[in-house]
Design a protein around this ligand. Structure first.
Ligand code: SF4
Length: 263
């Protein structure tokens, strides 16, 4: 796709949802804040009744069938996600410029593992109008990071400070992988984020076995809960657990999550 092609998709999205677009302030241009509005269960539309976990923050005319097949609000955010091509920063910069030139007040969110975000690229993205980053920090332990990705995480651990310094919006994600990335590392990552700003949203995602890690189990409910407390103890104020269906199996698990404000 060319940057013009990407902008055309953004324009079609803005036109399609012009009457029911949910306008987020720039500081909410994150995936984390979408979850605050709606859990994407579709219950209010499909059976005409809100689920008991519904945050109840949106009128029903704001709920629409999104192009990934889930129900939720069409927010004024265009996200680059599902793959990281930050080795070609010019493409993202031109795409962001094209999106901004549409004049539709769309925020631009970029999901990344951070490896391509050298200082020059951050400056380029800032000038191009990219608003926010969803930074996937894969591990705190450098050896584990190398094993998972093939590269050092030294630069990546410096990124939260550098990103916020440039007035981008930031959210961080880490995957709980039993035996690889557990509560001790989650806590260290959370400490780095909290030192920059305790209000930076942090999502701890539950791993599920795939590809070369097919033999590694998913985390248990207890492990995920411990990871949540570790991040909280590190000082973070906005923490969510993701891939809940992987580790919450019983009704009481859901009740515990609800009592902690995690549902
Ligand atoms: S608003 Fe969202 S969370 Fe609430 S019932 Fe509808 S789809 Fe589910």
């Amino acid at each position: 796709m060319s940057p013009e092609h990407v902008a055309k998709i953004a324009l079609d999205y803005a036109d399609l949802n012009k009457d029911n677009m949910y306008r987020e302030p720039r500081e909410n241009a994150t995936s984390w804040h979408a979850y605050e509005l709606c859990r994407a269960c579709g219950s209010c539309i499909l059976i005409g009744k809100r689920s008991k976990y519904c945050p109840g923050k949106l009128d029903l005319d704001k709920i629409t069938l999104l192009d990934d097949g889930t129900w939720g609000p069409a927010r004024n955010i265009v996200s680059f996600t599902g793959g990281d091509l930050a080795c070609n920063p010019e493409w993202y910069a031109q795409s962001a410029q094209e999106i901004k030139s549409l004049g539709r007040d769309l925020w631009v969110l970029f999901e990344t593992n951070g490896y391509g975000l050298i200082s020059e690229t951050l400056d380029l993205f800032k000038d191009a109008g990219i608003d926010s980053f969803w930074l996937d920090i894969k591990a705190y332990d450098e050896k584990v990071h190398r094993k998972l990705t093939g590269v050092s995480n030294k630069r990546i651990l410096e990124l939260p400070a550098e990103i916020v310094e440039r007035d981008f919006v930031l959210e961080v994600l880490s995957l709980y992988i039993p035996g690889w990335v557990e509560s001790d590392q989650i806590e260290k990552i959370a400490e780095i984020i909290a030192q920059v700003d305790p209000k930076i949203p942090f999502t701890i995602l539950a791993f599920f076995p795939e590809h070369k890690l097919i033999h590694v189990p998913s985390p248990s409910f207890k492990q995920m809960l411990n990871a949540y407390y570790a991040a909280k103890d590190a000082g973070l104020k906005r923490i969510k657990l993701g891939n809940i269906g992987i580790f919450a199996k019983k009704e009481e698990d859901y009740e515990t999550l609800r009592s902690l404000g995690l549902l």
